[in-house]
Design a protein around this ligand. Structure first.
Ligand code: ZN
Length: 362
């Protein structure tokens, strides 16, 4: 094995965790007191640093150069997860090749029971080289009840020197029996300023683009990065036009063939579907918030269009359309037929759903 690289030559990894002071403080206190709970649940929207902080925790807990457990007097020092980033353990974890840092990701749309069974077998063996073995379950909210139930016993009595970290959107998306067995750590959306600043400083994004992406990212750094990719603005503009949301009041006149063709394009581009639906909902939300505060608008580059449009669209009408998108998102998460769901969504969007709602409530 190579000699250790001197730590001052390798910068510790830095990711958008600047806004996550509270989670970092809690986790650092666990580390310093050597009382890391065996089961942790990190919740928060995608792209706020949950995965990165889980990785940094695993690195710090196993770093060859990390200070040993500190006594009480030193706990007043600034909190932080600061692995050296250079030792053998740090580098293996960073590269994703450490045998004792196990990651579980959805197989398709869900985490399946066979994955949990394989994990339990792996955990029946002792850790190979880590001081502490970590299991990071990404998108834990995609576990179906059978998989979640299979994990319960491990969460309750994890094997020696093993810590499980579940990453999820919100606790309500998990079985209560899972949540109750974990120490819950909440992650908040990243502030617009932090996202913009980081896009500029670390990723070299021009200031105007960084501002647009940060405003449109809903507190998710990952989403902001996607938005800064070349072609994103053109893609969003296509999405808004093809869905007919550039003039929602004329949607009922849009030919059925065009609407179904749009649904088909969404179906085909599955990897971008979650982002597409969020972007459509974000546009409708812009048409609501622009009445009160233009600084809250996310499509800052389309302010003129939004201003020309919103007066024709009652808030109730816009909320009903956002509800249609939210319902489609939920159906997709529960594994319903993608094409049918999206066709139903575009057809319902094209109806005058505000009127429907009034009729239904009478
Ligand atoms: Zn290290």
């Amino acid at each position: 094995m190579n000699a250790l690289t001197p730590s001052n030559e390798v910068q510790p990894p830095s990711e958008p965790i600047a806004d996550q002071k509270r989670p970092v403080r809690i986790l650092t206190a666990f580390l310093h007191k050597e009382t890391i709970p065996h089961a942790l649940l990190f919740t928060g929207i995608d792209g706020v640093g949950k995965n990165r902080i889980a990785t940094l925790l695993a690195m710090t807990a196993n770093c060859a150069q990390a200070p040993p457990a500190r006594n009480g007097t030193e706990l007043s020092q600034p909190a932080g997860l600061h692995p050296c980033g250079a030792c053998r353990s740090c580098r293996k974890i960073e590269k994703g090749i450490h045998p004792d840092i196990v990651r579980i990701q959805p197989d398709g749309r869900t985490i399946r029971i066979h994955q949990i069974r394989t994990l339990i077998e792996t955990l029946s063996l002792k850790p190979m080289e880590a001081r502490r073995r970590f299991v990071i379950v990404e998108q834990a909210d995609t576990m179906r009840p059978a998989a979640a139930n299979a994990l319960l016993k491990t969460l309750e009595e994890p094997p020696d020197r093993t810590i499980l970290i579940l990453l999820a959107g919100q606790p309500a998306d998990l079985l209560p029996t899972i949540v109750s067995r974990c120490r819950h750590v909440r992650f908040h959306p990243v502030s617009v300023q932090s996202i913009a600043e980081r896009l500029e400083r670390v990723h070299g994004v021009p200031a105007a683009d960084a501002t647009l992406a940060a405003a449109a990212a809903d507190g998710s750094f990952t989403r902001a990065l996607e938005i800064t990719e070349p072609g994103w603005v053109a893609w969003r503009d296509w999405l808004i036009a093809a869905s007919g949301l550039d003039s929602p009041h004329t949607l009922p006149q849009k030919p059925l063939g065009e609407l179904l063709a749009f649904a088909e394009q969404l179906t085909k581009n599955k990897s971008r579907l979650p982002e597409a639906l969020e972007t459509m909902a974000g546009w409708l939300r812009d048409l609501i918030v622009i009445r009160h505060d233009t600084s809250k608008v996310t499509s800052t580059d389309r302010l003129d269009d939004l201003q020309a449009l919103y007066g024709r669209l009652p808030v109730e009408f816009l909320i009903a359309k956002i509800d249609v998108i939210r319902e489609a998102q939920k159906s997709i998460e529960t594994n319903s037929n993608l094409r049918l769901t999206l066709e139903a969504m575009v057809l319902r969007l094209s109806q005058d759903c505000a009127k429907d709602k009034r009729l239904n409530s009478n």
